[in-house]
Design a protein around this ligand. Structure first.
Ligand SMILES: [Zn+2]
Length: 285
């Protein structure tokens, strides 16, 4: 369980002129990761809960046998009010569980790209909606991996997270199945890369260990070595790194870095992006 707890220190002066410090624990949005197909596809679904209202949505509940028992427990115990499915893109290992989930919970809204199974609402680029009272969600269109790829930027007070599907992984990015290097450059470096640097990243897969192995083959810096070390000691990396971290250790977000230009033999950012993708596709580290 990954609760975001934030301690707010409030200092008050008592009538007896004694300074008293009290700690108020303010709980902001809660995110629960549900690993799916661990050891093969290594996907993640996520339950996002608004603490105040208990309203919750589930991101990419693709494998019902692994997701539905978790949802059922949360719903039946009164911990959440299940309000909707959010999809990052149409691939089966992301949107393939919608029908089964809707069978259990009919009339649930499905928010996602236009090609997602059973989709009911496709938000426009930069369109916003809420989860409960506290969580503001902004849809960020990132066509490339699929043309219907959407990332979701969530804010609850100071807390900021982004669900990136198969567009941005920790230290990597998705393959360009339906798009171009130009589109991925726009997605990573103009849209996601310009989010606040303290935004925590929740990707659609746990691919960090192999991503950073490739990353280290083209960029050997302290930030890259730190992530290699982190992956030696941790199986899961979702929510542990921010956009600011990605700007340092993700080679696809450093297409103007001279060391990466040298490794790819290219200088134009789009050529660097394409070459990095080709090199990663063929990498057998
Ligand atoms: Zn995909």
């Amino acid at each position: 369980m990954n609760f975001a707890l934030r301690a707010i220190r409030a200092t008050t002066v008592s009538p007896f002129r004694r300074v008293t410090t009290i700690n108020i624990q303010r709980r902001t949005m809660q995110i629960r990761s549900i690993p799916m197909w661990t050891g093969s596809h290594d996907n993640y679904a996520y339950v996002v809960i608004d603490d105040k209202t208990k309203d919750a949505m589930v991101v990419d509940p693709a494998n019902p046998p692994e997701v539905l028992p978790v949802l059922k427990e949360l719903i039946d115990s009164g911990k959440i009010n299940f309000k909707g499915i959010i999809n990052t893109h149409h691939h089966r290992d992301h949107a393939g569980g919608n029908a089964e989930t809707l069978k259990q919970y009919p009339h649930t809204p499905v928010i996602g790209g236009k090609d997602c199974d059973q989709v009911t609402t496709t938000p426009k680029h930069n369109e916003t909606f809420k989860i409960g009272e506290g969580i503001n969600v902004r849809a960020i269109h990132t066509p490339c991996h699929t043309q219907d790829s959407i990332c979701y930027f969530l804010e609850d007070g100071e807390e900021k997270v982004v669900f990136t599907g198969d567009t941005l992984f920790i230290a990597g990015c998705g393959r360009f199945f339906e798009g171009t290097a130009e589109e991925m450059h726009e997605a990573l470096n103009n849209r996601l890369g310009k989010l606040p640097e303290d935004t925590r990243v929740y990707p659609g897969h746990e691919y960090t260990k192999s991503n950073i192995k490739f990353g280290k083959s083209v960029l050997d810096t302290p930030a890259v070595r730190d992530l290699v070390q982190f992956c030696e000691e941790n199986e899961e990396t979702q929510g542990k790194f921010t956009i600011g971290d990605e700007l340092k250790h993700n080679v696809f977000m450093r297409v103007e870095d001279p060391e990466i230009q040298k490794a790819t033999g290219q200088t134009d950012p789009l050529e660097v992006m394409q070459k990095l993708r080709d090199m990663k596709n063929n990498f057998r580290g």
